[in-house]
Design a protein around this ligand. Structure first.
Ligand code: HEC
Length: 171
């Protein structure tokens, strides 16, 4: 609430020009859960790798579909496991953020990204969807989601994460 008031004031002071929030332009707007609010400072596992099309064959219309451009970030807890060649079983506290853009131009501009988030809550020897919760946008609340976990179950053997070191080595 206070933040949005501040933003209105800042925009008003600067006459509503585009420079008003230039410093924050890289992040989607709004207040996010602190577990992923600063994801832009994490390891970008897709750095130097253009992610578009449908390499798994399972993208459907989610994550902006096959014409979308995507990047994946991981926090320090999960970074070594995600970059490894597997086998994959992420530590509790791992958070993976996927940024998705409508097209190449949007991706290059870095603006207008949709954000989806996977959080591993519980460590276990068994790879189970019950160890994960999900958020559908930068500002939404994470929780169980049959929609997210249902499709990510295709990647159950790699602990519900598609984009890992082995995947990026192959794509
Ligand atoms: C119809 C299938 C499908 C659904 C539904 C889906 N995803 Fe994904 N997701 C994928 C695929 C496929 C990839 C990776 C490959 C790619 O980008 O082409 C992916 C990648 C991701 C990534 C990057 C890490 C990884 O696993 O590769 C995150 C984070 C993610 N999804 C979160 C979510 C969240 C949160 C939801 C629910 C709001 C969701 N996904 C729903 C198919 C799906």
């Amino acid at each position: 609430m206070r933040k949005s008031l501040y933003r209105h004031t800042a925009a008003w002071v600067l006459g509503g020009t585009a420079i008003a929030l230039a410093g924050c332009a890289a992040l989607p707007g709004g207040t996010a859960d602190e577990r992923w609010a600063d994801y832009k400072n994490w390891t970008k596992i897709t750095e130097g790798k253009v992610q578009t099309g449908d390499p798994t064959g399972f993208i459907g219309n989610v994550h902006k579909g096959p014409n979308g451009y995507r990047d994946v970030y991981v926090n320090d807890i999960g970074a070594a496991m995600l970059a490894s060649e597997g086998p994959y079983n992420f530590p509790a506290g791992t958070v993976v953020v996927k940024e998705q853009y409508d097209n190449q131009a949007a991706w290059e501009s870095g603006k207008g990204a949709g954000v989806t988030v996977s959080l591993k809550m519980t460590a276990s020897d068994d790879l189970s969807k019950d160890n994960w919760i999900w958020a559908e946008s930068y500002t939404s609340t994470a929780g169980e989601s049959a929609f997210c976990s249902g499709c990510h179950s295709i990647a159950a053997k790699t602990d519900y994460v598609f984009t890992n070191g082995a995947f990026l080595a192959a794509h």
